[in-house]
Design a protein around this ligand. Sequence first.
Ligand code: ZN
Length: 276
Amino acid sequence: MTAAAPWPEGCASATCFTFDLDGEEVWRVDEEGARRPGVRSLGAYEAAVALPLILELLERHRVTATFFVPGREAERQPAAVESILAAGHEVGHHGHTHRSPASLDPDEEEDELAAGLAALARVGATPTGYRAPNWDLSERSVGLVAAAGLRYSSNLMNDIRPFLHAGTEVIELPVHWLLDDAPYFWFSGDNFERCLRSAAEAGQVIDEERAGLAALGGLAMLTFHPQLIGRPGRLPLLERLIADAVADPTVWVATAGAVAEFARREQDPAPREVVV
Ligand SMILES: [Zn+2]
């Protein structure tokens, strides 16, 4: 673990509210899913209903968030990405398709990175950060992210504070499944062995982890999927998590990009050889 690091404004810890705008793309990766409107409609709910509700909630609490968007979803829902940008939020790279980089060959992975950047540029977004689909980096990913000029990655689970990828300028902003809504809420009709959890249960686990991170001066990288957390029965959980963070003067709430740049400038994070 890295040494305790200071956060801005005298804060003891940091929190990011991040949203992976997977939309239909996450279901279209599977060829069969692409042919099934019922399956795709899970993702279409995102732009149609969930995103406007989440943007309204963020605005009401004056929180600036980070949205990671696959390039093909930006092509499919340009107005959704434009509404995110218009509200002043950060847009990050989340692949072009929603295929795991670890499943791609080197050429495919390079193409995905370039195509995602180009698609986001066409809707006016200039990402500085990269979150891989499924957080599933290949051994080449960090090098490609650095070569593309991106400044941070938010994919790995080996620390609770930002660190620098050795030999690059890429800051890692660590994540963890405990702070992701997917383990509690991800569900489709294809697999009834996966159980849906209540928002109360998810909230309890997230509260435990973020309290622990706060006590250790860490970074709580909250990761949501609008198609999951944006359901009517779950939005109150998101609102409570936001309200709690905003009300706590010891918590610095910022975008992933702002946290990465603060860490680079002020925390002098130790270089780490993670992907070799
Ligand atoms: Zn995703």
